[in-house]
Design a protein around this ligand. Structure first.
Ligand code: SF4
Length: 408
């Protein structure tokens, strides 16, 4: 296995069989796995920089037609806590995000709520929107007017809907979560979630590639999958990227238990398991694919994740809580920056579209180019201000108070 890891650290493809064996790596083998992933990251994502996207998180609605056993976000129409942002709420958050120096407007919501809740469809209608995608498009245009770059993850979208959103979004996303159809069967966490059928999700991810849309996907750990299914999921993502070249980043996300969900007592993946999966993602995915893990879901493991080969922390909001995981607040950037520095890295803000996709033909809608350029210039100013400032004040552009958690 040492030779295999040496080859992988130098860029040789890691076989599925070897990856499956490495899912049990512990002790010295675990350290060797991490070292190989780290070396690969340092070779390809050079400059000793780790990135994050300063974002505002906009769940335009928390209604969803699915019921995943691990979800604390979704609501039904009329249920306590159900919320759909009206225009003024959306605009208010966008204004605050602009004031706080965010660059990304993340529209993250459940699957086609209008197909399950006619009252919601009627509400959208009364606001002049024929569908959730209509409302996302309207909101994305308002975000662009404020200098924010939209990225949407709204569950399963048709090719037509994705083509439409490509006009106002610099990237789209959909978590694969896991490639195993077993999780949709009786007793599985997705048994009540028709949109979590992996075939459906892979079809959308592939369609996004055919449309040349920069795409974010990822895996969710701790939802009843086997180690082998984790590797199969990463390999499926690698394969679709080799076909279309559109996967800009892969999120390795871990399940966290929360009260009042069917999985409230389920075991959570431990830090070592998350780190192992991060390292394998780094070695199984083509080298240009960004690998990220959310720091708020792994608050005591930042250094371990860095050592396992992440190059990115994903979106961090100075304005809104993580609505999907509201009891796990995002870290204060001062603390995250200090941890990165201790590991020998600089923490840098980035755009929700990765640099390669700005210049590669067909990926960025020409009408969005000036918006991306303006956002790049703003980030460059922030970076140079941070580089010049002493450490104690260097996060002034993105140093929010802790978000008000638990509002969803
Ligand atoms: S995880 Fe997503 S798809 Fe599943 S119930 Fe929650 S919002 Fe809906």
């Amino acid at each position: 296995m040492a030779d295999t890891l040496l080859g992988a650290s130098a860029g040789m493809p890691l076989s599925k069989a070897a990856a499956k064996r490495l899912m049990d790596a512990d002790g010295g083998a675990f350290q060797e796995l991490l070292a190989a992933a780290r070396e690969r990251r340092d070779c390809v994502w050079s400059g000793y920089r780790l990135t994050f996207s300063p974002k505002v998180f906009l769940p335009l609605t928390n209604l969803c037609r699915n019921r995943c056993d691990y979800c604390s976000f979704r609501r039904s129409w009329g249920q306590k806590g159900a919320e759909t942002f009206d225009h003024s709420t959306t605009l208010g958050w966008l204004d605050r995000a602009q004031e706080q120096g965010c660059v990304e407007a993340l529209f993250c919501l459940g699957d086609t709520p209008e197909t399950a809740f006619p009252e919601y469809g009627a509400l959208l209608e009364s606001w002049g929107h024929g569908s959730t995608v209509d409302y996302i498009e309207w909101s994305s245009e308002r975000a662009l007017e404020r200098g924010l770059l939209p990225h949407t993850n709204a569950g399963i979208l048709s090719p037509e809907e994705m083509a439409r959103l490509k006009r106002s979004n610099v990237s789209l996303g959909l978590m694969l979560e896991n490639i195993s159809p077993r999780l949709c069967e009786a007793g599985g966490v997705h048994r009540n979630a028709p949109d979590k059928q992996p075939k459906k999700r892979m079809a959308m991810i592939e369609a996004a590639g055919a449309l040349r849309i920069p795409f974010t996907t990822g895996i969710l750990l701790g939802i009843g999958e086997t180690s082998e299914e984790i590797v199969d999921s990463l390999v499926a993502i690698a394969d679709v990227h080799r076909l279309h070249g559109h996967i800009q980043e892969v999120i390795v996300q871990n399940f966290r238990a929360r009260p009042k969900i069917p999985m409230r007592d389920a075991p959570e993946p431990d830090d070592v398991q998350v780190a192992r999966c991060v390292a394998l993602a780094r070695l199984l995915l083509p080298e240009e694919v960004s690998v990220q893990a959310p720091p708020n879901l792994n608050p005591s493991a930042t250094r371990l994740l860095i050592d396992a080969g992440i190059n990115d922390f994903g979106g961090i909001s100075p304005v809104t809580p993580d609505y999907i995981n509201p009891i796990h607040p995002w870290p204060h950037l001062v603390d995250l920056e200090a941890e990165c520095r201790d590991a020998g890295f600089q923490l840098r803000p980035r755009l929700p579209i990765y640099p390669d996709y700005i210049t590669r033909s067909g990926f960025l809608t020409p009408d969005l180019e000036p918006h991306v350029k303006a956002a790049e210039e703003r980030l460059a100013q922030v970076r140079s201000a941070r580089d010049l400032a002493p450490p104690s004040t260097s996060t002034s552009a993105f140093s929010p108070p802790q978000p008000n958690v638990g509002s969803v």
